[in-house]
Design a protein around this ligand. Sequence first.
Ligand code: SAH
Length: 218
Amino acid sequence: MSDAEDDIAERKMQFLFALRSKGVTDARVLSAMEKIDRGPFIRGLFSERAYEDMPLPIACGQTISQPSVVGLMTQALRIEPRDKILEVGTGSGYQAAILSQLARRVYTVDRHKRLVREASAIFNDLNLTNITPVVADGSFGLPDQAPFDRILVTAAAEDPPGPLLAQLKIGGIMVVPVGQSDTVQHLIRVTHTEQGFEYDELAPVRFVPLVEGLGKDA
Ligand code: SAH
């Protein structure tokens, strides 16, 4: 191996180590995160920091989430291979790519057209054909494709949005960061049972806010 290849292999090993040490222990989630390279989802200046466990800036003033948080959210969803998933907040597309390795179909929506366009191009390059990217205000979910087995919201809402709860199948699971944007938020898991909705609080997190309406570029 050349020095450069050695260096990348070393950084990837550290990346997986960081995930494990922060509680990402599910073997299927770890193998999806080993397979999907975070590099292509980050452009420009920050691309060389792709294997650090940090959120990084992307276009439209948004952020690609911290890898360990991506891992913990994915793990919390308890995805089954036949699942149809809705992700609200495509951003870079990285989280959707991870989900695509674990589920049958992933719909991912963002209010910024540019982010959806750039993520779509990466999904094509990587041949991730089970992801459908859509420009939409995800606070209303995706009524055309509902109901979903799993819903993942990657922007913080004050409460789990009602339309999303309504689009979750019985037996379905939604993971969503809840709280005011600049204060402490908590990752919440909502399980839809025959009796109603059960909530459990997972971890403190920090996400950009869920904003109503489409972006100016849409
Ligand atoms: N999951 C992303 C990170 C998401 S950052 C990744 O893996 O890179 C949060 C994203 O949510 C931003 O791209 C933002 O544009 C989007 N967002 C915020 N409010 C939204 C809404 N109402 N509908 C759809 N997307 C929204």
